[in-house]
Write a protein that binds this ligand. Sequence first.
Ligand code: SF4
Ligand code: SF4
Ligand code: SF4
Ligand code: FES
Length: 951
Amino acid sequence: MNNAINKEIDFGTPVVESDKKITLEIDGTQITVSDGTSIMHAAMVAGVTVPKLCATDSLDPYGSCRLCLVEIEGRRGYPASCTTPVAEGLKVKTQTPKLADIRKGVMELYISDHPLDCLTCATNGDCELQDMAGAVGLREVRYGYDGENHLKAEKDTSNPYFQFDPSKCIVCSRCVRACEEVQGTFALTIQGRGFESKVAPGVENFMDSECVSCGACVQACPTATLIEKSVVDHGVPEHSVTTTCAYCGVGCSFDAQMKGEEVIRMVPNKNGGANHGHSCVKGRFAWGYATHQDRITTPMIRKSIHDAWTEVSWDEAIKYAAGEITRIQGKYGKEAIGGITSSRCTNEEVYVTQKLIRAVLGTNNVDTCARVCHSPTGYGLKQTLGESAGTQTFDSVMKSDVIVVMGANPTDGHPVFGSQMKRRLREGAKLIVIDPRAIDLVSSPHVKADFHLKLRPGTNVAMIAAMSHVIATEGLIDEAFVKDRCEWDSFQVWRDFVSKPQNSPEALSEELGVPAEEVRAAARLYATGGNAAIYYGLGVTEHSQGSTTVMGIANLAMATANLGREGVGVNPLRGQNNVQGSCDMGSMPHEFPGYRHVSDDATRALFQTAWGRPLSSEPGLRIPNMLDSAIEGNFKALYCVGEDIVQSDPNTQHVTHALESMECVIVQDLFLNETAMYAHVFFPGASFLEKSGTFTNAERRISPVRRVMTPKNGFEDWEVTAKLAEALGYPMHYNHASDILDEIAALTPTFKGVSFKKLDELGSVQWPCDDANPAGTPTMHIDEFVRGKGKFFITEYVPTTEKVNAKYPLILTTGRILSQYNVGAQTRRTNNTAWHTEDLIEIHPHDAEDRGINEGDWVGITSRAGETVLRAKITERVQPGVVYTTFHHPESGANVITTDNSDWATNCPEFKVTAVQLNKVSQLSDWQRQYKTFSEEQIGFVEHAKSEAKV
Ligand code: SF4
Ligand code: SF4
Ligand code: SF4
Ligand code: FES
């Protein structure tokens, strides 16, 4: 997919699908299209190009520029083809002398108020206005610049990524409509009328406005008015490679538009199955980290974490690491070592790493960062429905009548899907938000939640039980569906359980902190409002009963027949780009790729034959077990690929103590992350722009990652792992990531039909992709559940042991914000820091007043695990008794205060409930001061290595 710049046909107006077909004639050509299609779109389909400026096929027609006029036989005047629908038997002419005259006149007016600086304009050669002037044959402008014009209007350069030059604006409103229709933010307006009319971001400039920097307006602008600063600085790109965003679980497809090896801009791909041409600020703009000066591109080794690093060759680093692994396994046994993969890795990297751990090191001690986010999803959905993945496509939401968002914040965590969901809500779907905090969806322009159930953190299971009670006792269960599709016995036991009075909204109201009537009304809406879909996130999984809530959600969906078709379903919003994939690829200690247990003899025999090594039938250690075992003195070495457990796992002191207890920690990453500060070997990693492979998004969509530039460290990450395997006596014979994908497909039934060739052809596919479903499976469980009959589970509410008391009277819960990503290692090294320079603690005004805390004060946050200090943000977004923070900056120490509590089934940490006390302080915590000293020393060790190498 390495092409000249992708100049796809713009059909001017969106595609319309209808069973009713219309035939008409355009410039003598007969064309048949769906009823409701615009004449412009029909003309473009027929290969007839109609001049246009205000129309584009990602937006509804607007009809303001008057350039697209046509003549229709038997009709008077010159209708705009973009706003006029087709009709049976019409005879349309798009090119006549009269039309040419009108168009030339229109263009002349535009150009007379437009700078004639095409030769020096940043978008020269890539400008629709310039193209249209040529298309209508405009050669001279009669009106001159003497009259009133806008040529001296001031530029707005406040946004770090794009600029707004009103002198070039033709007031076509494409930007305003993109912000409304595509992004749903409504940050722009057309102010004034006639000559005075102008585009404005509501307040002084873009940066101070509601704008979320998604870039949709920049993409929609047909002139250089809204333009990426990277294009202004470096000129228009020359070639393009289609790849996949490496940030969140939406998995947006992008064209990396390049000049040589330099990315000029990332343009969301119109054909992207998950994003349909839209993006958020991270994917479109925040790729600068790939060339950031902090990148470490030479391998380093050292004996002790208190030593300076030494830069070495790849051969030396690999040999040293292999030597240490062999020494440690020889001395302590093969179980003294393990590996951790990351959801930022490609499927192929994860696969190769778990293969190295299982086949070469002979242990199942391999885990992934899904342990700390969506492992309860894998467990809960496997138990109830038979497959550890979400049931729908993102597009399915467009057929939902009722949308439940539970413990998720789509507009920040999954922004492109958040925009799609808002579009459906603006069309009239109902919204139930179940969250302790008021996320943006609760109330944003033209979107208002019908219910916001502000439950107390830690009571999700009680909430699901109360909703189930209403459905079971008010006769709202779809018994026909349950009889046909589910295990009737398990259903009856569940129904009897949820029907008990102790599960009624009235009985649980105080525990939940939500009035019973609200719970009742929301439950009725879910059960009776038409197609109802549940979307959930880490606010569901990161609890001591995370798996229980997931099973409860599945119960609810089965009982109401909200599974097995479009518009419904159980939809985990997986956070990172490849959380789904890292689990699919066997990066859990008990499962081979495809979720097959290591104790299953047939599966083990399959992998033993393919890999040529004996494999253990004993599940290995999970991340928390590895850490505990290290502190006990049994676990001695770790290979950590792309994951930063020091920042992302709970109880930081425990994690660092465990790492300090190991004899060899090997970290493979782009930067000296927090975990690397405790490492003995550093393998430089490659960014997503420097490698090939695949990512699997939250809707099971496998999308290609294509290398757009040479790896700065010399190798793609799978190659580094393969080198390590070879040094340990196990050559891996892959030449390209596609060879690894072929092996995955050969050994994993759900991936059987997946190959790079297929991804080139189809763009992406949703697994299962096999002989029965060669183009993938958008909706799961259509005729039957993967496990056969759906199984109901009893989900008894067991309050967390993390209780508030007089010493720790508040509950801390955590989340993300739009501009930053996870531990921030990437986004903190981009201009996204303009929006979030530090993590803040959100406090309700009452709680702040009780403690004499004002906006911006330093606040000490103490829990049973530790203490940290953050600046206060006073807000009614959080309810009294609840405080909230993000975890994007390491010095914040958000995980210094989270505890070791975890989900009973999967050990997913209970990040969302920590009892804390707040008090106003004047200095950083002890931990933060020690962290500062330690990290400065560690950065000094890297600088020392670099300067020694230069000498
Ligand atoms: S960047 Fe996005 S949010 Fe901002 S004004 Fe443009 S379309 Fe609206
Ligand atoms: S900024 Fe661009 S898209 Fe917006 S009205 Fe002006 S020319 Fe049109
Ligand atoms: S929504 Fe997610 S995948 Fe899409 S551009 Fe943003 S961060 Fe990337
Ligand atoms: S393109 Fe039809 S009126 Fe502008």
